[in-house]
Design a protein around this ligand. Structure first.
Ligand code: ZN
Length: 75
């Protein structure tokens, strides 16, 4: 019985260490929120509206650039 308990404790410690080495969740969230802009033509994820405009002008010069407010609704 005690051996099983030690095994459980060892696993719990290993999980704690793994959690300490893993990047904080807030960073993942920031990364997910960082790419809320998406090119409406090629669906490329883009970090901010300025880059969307740059991307549209260079890659899709014939496409209309959507206003920044149209991206805010996509959540
Ligand atoms: Zn594009």
């Amino acid at each position: 019985m005690t051996r099983g308990l030690q095994k459980m404790q060892a696993r719990a410690n290993a999980e704690k260490r793994a959690a300490a080495n893993a990047p904080p969740k807030s960073q993942l969230k920031a990364m997910a929120e960082g790419n809320k802009f998406k090119c409406p033509v090629c669906m490329l994820m883009i970090a901010n509206y300025k880059l969307v405009v740059q991307h549209m002008e260079s890659k899709h010069p014939k496409a209309a650039i959507p206003p920044e407010s149209s991206f805010g609704a996509q959540k």
